[in-house]
Design a protein around this ligand. Structure first.
Ligand code: ACO
Length: 379
C-alpha cells in the first residue's frame, strides 16, 4: 500500500457481529429459509406442501434422509417408532422424583439426559447409531411430555396405542382419548411446521456441542436449554400468558400501547431472519381457525386479530409461528407450560438431522472475541 499514515486504532479492530446476525457459518442441505420470498423449504419441499400432505413421520424421514420415504421405508420407520413409545421405567422414576413445580422444559431436559445415560450406545456416533437414537427420541419425547402434564393434573400414565399414528397417539397419551380429526390434524400441522428452521439458536447450540465430538444426547440436551428461552421456543408459552393478561379483545390496543411504552418485547412477534412475516404463520393460522370453529372460541380469534392488527399498526412487526401455535395448543387442551416441550417433540427431528450433518464434515466451532477488559497489569 502507498498509504503511510498510521491507521487510527479503531480501524484495526475486527468487526464484531453481535448475535452472529447476518453471519453465514456453514452450509446445510436440510432446510432453506428465504426471507425475501417468505419461503421455507425442507430438503427442497415447501413446508406448506408438506403440512398439507404428509404425516409427521414422513417429514422426520425426509429431514434425516434427504428424501421422502417409499411405502416400505415409511412402514419400517413407523414400526420402529411405535415399538418405542412406552415411557421407559427409568425415565418415569426420575420424572416422579421431580417436583411438579419444575418447569416442563426442565423435566424434558432431565428426561433426555437420563435416556442418554442409560443408552449403552451413547458414545457410538456412527450415522446408523445416531439414526437409531433419533427414532428413539422421536418416540420417547411424547411419552415424557404427556406423562409430565398428566402427573401435574394428578392423573395416571396412559400407555401408548400402536394402532395410531404419531400425532393421534401423542394426544391419546396426553388426554386419554383421541380428539376429533380436525384437532389431530391441527396438531400434526404444528409438528410439521416446528420441525426445522436452519441455524436457529437451539440448532446451532446442538451443532456447537456436536462439533466437539460430544454425543447426540448431550447436543440435544443443550438444544433444549437454548429453546427454553422466551426469545426462542419459550415464546409460544409466553404468547398465552399475554393472551391471559389481556383477557378481552377490546383491551388489546390499550394493553399493547402500555407494553410498548414499558419497552416490553411482545411475545410471538418479530423474527431474526423474517422481517416481512414468518412463512409458517398462514398455515398454522389456518389450523388455528379450524380449532376456533371446532371449539366455538371466536373470542380468542378476535383477541388474536386485534393484537396482530395493533402490532402491525404501531410497529409494523409481524407474528412468528409461536403466535398462532400458542392459542392452538391452548384450544387442544394443553397446559400453557407444556407448549415449549411440544416444540421440542417436533424440533428433535431437525436437531438430530443437523447433528448428523455436522458430523459428516465436522470442524470445531470456536469463534474469536475482542478483549476489552483491563490492559495487562501486575500484582
Ligand atoms: N416486540 C417489540 N419490539 C420488537 C419485537 C417484539 N416482539 N421484535 C422486534 N422488536 C423491535 C426491537 O425492539 C428493535 O427495535 P429498535 O430497533 O427500536 O431497538 C427492532 O424491532 C429489531 O429487533 P431486534 O430485537 O434487534 O431483532 P432480533 O433479530 O435481534 O430479534 C427476536 C428477533 C428475538 C425474535 C425478537 O423479534 C423478539 O424478541 N421477539 C419476541 C420473542 C419471540 O416471539 N420469539 C420467537 C422467535 S420465532 C420461534 O422461535 C418460532
Amino acid at each position: 500500500s502507498t498509504d503511510t499514515q498510521t491507521p487510527a486504532p479503531s480501524s484495526a479492530e475486527p468487526e464484531i457481529r453481535k448475535g452472529l446476525a447476518g453471519v453465514v457459518v456453514d452450509r446445510t442441505a436440510i432446510s432453506k429459509v428465504n426471507p425475501d420470498t417468505n419461503s421455507l423449504l425442507y430438503r427442497g419441499y415447501p413446508v406448506q406442501e408438506l403440512a398439507a400432505r404428509c404425516s409427521f413421520e414422513e417429514v422426520a424421514y425426509l429431514l434425516w434422509h434427504g428424501e421422502l420415504p417409499t411405502p416400505e421405508q415409511l412402514a419400517e420407520l413407523e414400526r420402529a417408532e411405535r415399538s418405542q413409545r412406552a415411557l421407559d421405567p427409568n425415565v418415569k422414576a426420575v420424572i416422579d422424583s421431580l417436583p411438579t413445580t419444575a418447569h416442563p422444559m426442565d423435566v424434558v431436559r432431565t428426561a433426555l439426559s437420563v435416556i442418554g445415560a442409560n443408552d449403552p450406545t451413547t458414545e457410538d456416533s456412527s450415522r446408523g447409531s445416531n439414526l437409531a437414537k433419533s427414532v428413539r427420541l422421536l418416540a420417547q419425547i411424547p411419552a415424557v411430555v404427556a406423562y409430565d402434564q398428566r402427573r401435574r393434573r394428578g392423573e395416571d400414565l396412559v400407555p401408548p396405542r400402536d394402532d395410531l399414528d404419531y400425532s393421534a397417539n401423542f394426544l391419546h397419551m396426553t388426554f386419554g382419548e383421541v380428539p376429533a380429526p380436525v384437532v389431530v390434524d391441527a396438531f400434526r400441522v404444528s409438528m410439521v411446521l416446528y420441525a426445522e428452521h436452519s441455524f436457529n439458536a437451539s440448532t446451532f447450540t446442538a451443532r456447537v456441542i456436536t462439533s466437539t465430538l460430544s454425543d447426540l444426547y448431550s447436543a440435544v440436551v443443550g438444544a433444549v436449554g437454548a429453546l427454553k428461552g422466551p426469545l426462542h421456543g419459550g415464546a409460544n408459552e409466553a404468547v398465552m400468558h399475554v393472551f391471559d393478561e389481556i383477557g378481552d379483545a377490546s383491551k388489546a390496543e390499550s394493553w399493547l400501547d402500555q407494553a410498548l411504552a414499558e419497552k416490553r418485547k411482545i411475545m410471538g412477534f418479530g423474527h431474526r431472519v423474517y422481517k416481512h412475516g414468518d412463512s409458517r404463520v398462514p398455515t398454522m393460522k389456518a389450523a388455528l381457525d379450524t380449532l376456533v370453529a371446532e371449539y366455538g372460541r371466536k373470542d380468542l380469534a378476535d383477541l388474536y386479530d386485534r393484537l396482530e392488527a395493533a402490532m402491525t399498526d404501531r410497529k409494523n412487526i409481524q407474528p412468528n409461528l409461536d403466535y398462532p401455535s400458542g392459542p392452538a395448543y391452548h384450544l387442544m387442551g394443553f397446559d400453557t407450560l407444556t407448549f415449549t416441550p411440544l416444540f421440542v417433540a417436533s424440533r428433535i427431528t431437525g436437531w438430530t438431522a443437523h447433528i448428523m450433518e455436522q458430523l459428516e464434515s465436522n470442524a470445531l466451532i470456536r469463534p474469536l472475541s475482542l478483549y476489552d477488559g483491563p490492559d495487562e497489569r501486575h500484582l
